[in-house]
Design a protein around this ligand. Sequence first.
Ligand SMILES: Nc1nc2c(ncn2[C@@H]2O[C@H](COP(=O)(O)OP(=O)(O)OP(=O)(O)O)[C@@H](O)[C@H]2O)c(=O)[nH]1
Ligand SMILES: [Mg+2]
Length: 327
Amino acid sequence: MKSSILDITFMNISVVIPLLNEEDSLKELHDWIVSVMQSNSFSYEILFIDDGSTDNSWQVISELTQTNTSVKGIRFLKNFGKSQALHAGFAQATGDVVITMDADLQDSPEEIPELFQMITNQNLDLVSGWKKKRYDSVISKNLPSKLFNWAARRTSGVNLHDFNCGLKAYNNTVVKHIDVYGEMHRYIPVLAKNAGFTNIGEKVVKHQARKYGTTKFGMNRFIHGFLDLLTIWFISRFGKRPMHLFGALGVIMFLIGLAFAFYLGIDKLFLNPTGRLITERPQFFIALSTMIIGSQFFIAGFIGELVLRSNKPQPRYFIKEAINLAI
Ligand SMILES: Nc1nc2c(ncn2[C@@H]2O[C@H](COP(=O)(O)OP(=O)(O)OP(=O)(O)O)[C@@H](O)[C@H]2O)c(=O)[nH]1
Ligand SMILES: [Mg+2]
């Protein structure tokens, strides 16, 4: 299994596996993936991204790289999050088709051949797994997840049942053109759609109960998830043109304030000079606050435009070591 330039050029599949503290599952997962790859004669690489594990995960990965040169490892300096791990894996993936999967043996590598076919034969940009039958608790996972997927469908227009499924397949071009940041791993299909990759498919996949280790995401995943959803909706609508939202709002509010001020002026000068002082009238305060808030909105939009023009992407993670990769 010696890797060569040819392998890199004609690699069929890159399996990208972000992980945190999954020492018990890794060897079994590796063996399972390798047996699927061999029985389908795929050329492949497996990229493990150890995101600051505190158990022996990295040691297990290092051992795997010694017996199988198709295994590559990236180890982060500390825990930077699943999105960052996917970002690092995507940057290195050389296969025509990139498959992501969880490391905890809940996703089955047996799905890989069909996912590969869907990308290559049906010309799909992305295929997302759908854990139709879940082996998780109804209260803590299934119900919130249904609500969450419904909200994601409504705001994004991407019709998937299970946005957060770890098992997904991509055409390599897609992963090189999307920027997974924050906790956006839940919305990669939306990021892909916003980047112009609209051929998005779905495949029902088998889901197993967790065999080893513990869950890493608690209930706060849903709070973070909804906030990220709001961000992504906002960014996809106004991210490129903040002036369209803030500028328009600012101008409208300023004009309302100006109209009130104009009315007060005319009234005081010509219609009712002996009436109440302008500063004692409610219209004065409406004029004052709408004009100030309007200008603030306008300035926010203007600064947003300036920031967009001068924004250079910052590194969001630091790599401690890598095996079988030229980083
Ligand atoms: N890179 C990285 N991977 C993570 C992190 N947290 C979890 N993971 C991995 O993401 C995958 C999914 O996490 P899980 O904890 O299994 O989440 P889940 O499948 O929704 O929950 P369970 O059903 O309880 O397993 C696993 O492979 C984890 O190792 C993280 O902070 N960084
Ligand atoms: Mg899991």
